[in-house]
Design a protein around this ligand. Sequence first.
Ligand code: CUA
Length: 336
Amino acid sequence: MQSWLPFPESASTLSGEVDALYLYLCGVTLFFTLLIYGVLIYFVIRYRRRNPSEIPRPIEGSTKLETLWSVIPLLIAMTFFVWGAKIYFAQYRPANNALEVYVVGKQWMWKFQHATGQREINELHVPVGQKVKLIMTTEDVIHDVFIPAFRIKVDVVPGKYTTEWFEATKPGRYNFFCAEYCGMNHSGMRGYVEVMEPTEYENWLSGNAGQASPAAAGRELYESLGCVSCHGANAEGGRGPALIGVYGSKVVLSGGPGVVADEGYVRESILNPQAKLVTGFGPIMPSFQGQISEEQLLQVVAYIKSLSTAKPENPTAKPPPPTAGASAKPTASPKK
Ligand code: CUA
């Protein structure tokens, strides 16, 4: 933004607005500081005691004045609130149609995986002018992904997924940091976001191709862990709900309200299947806690997402056809 201000570089669609709000807060603060001290100094001089016997006129107070000095600050404070809430919702509501990147933090490094399979450590390549959504978790303690140039900062918490998104507005290399004290090498837990022109990014992707996409790796896990024997494409056997189209939909739970099947719900259903039982199914699924790493869990989640027609994001994942009838290829035949 203003290059004469000691701000970090401004390189996302939201950073200009965050800076503007910050400057507005500073401006209002400065204005009232000067006003209060100015009036204070003026009154001290103007109404000073001029001779020792002087006694001031008694003042009973003024309702009009008191109402004014309550209502005006309230209105000013509400501008902070409304503007801040607007930016907050823009920033923390997950973005649609975003490029998804899976992030796993651990003492003391950041591991990234793109939806097309490319892996990176402490470096993240993204295209300019496109929304990028980070789906984040950690293998150990709490970390925090802080990218000053994009004005975003979100904790990465053990046992759950958090997300943040940005849309970079200019190519370049931007620092990111871990912003939650996480042990001895916390300060070294950092890296760069490399924002590239779209064609350059495509070249980078194809130059690093050849790794299985998270969804494809997830499908293999899904089969090797035996999930398929209960969660067949069309709920064969009736032991578990069918998973096609589940991601992003509303799931009806037994004895309770429904829940939207997001990444967090899928994760919980794998690690703690009894927590939210789908109506009509018994508590028979074993927990996979301890049998699957955070990265593998993300891959299974990516696979289950790829089964949802609402979000066809993985050209390489080849999800089975969503309709009933012809038993879908990859998940139809139980392997064990
Ligand atoms: Cu990770 Cu601080």
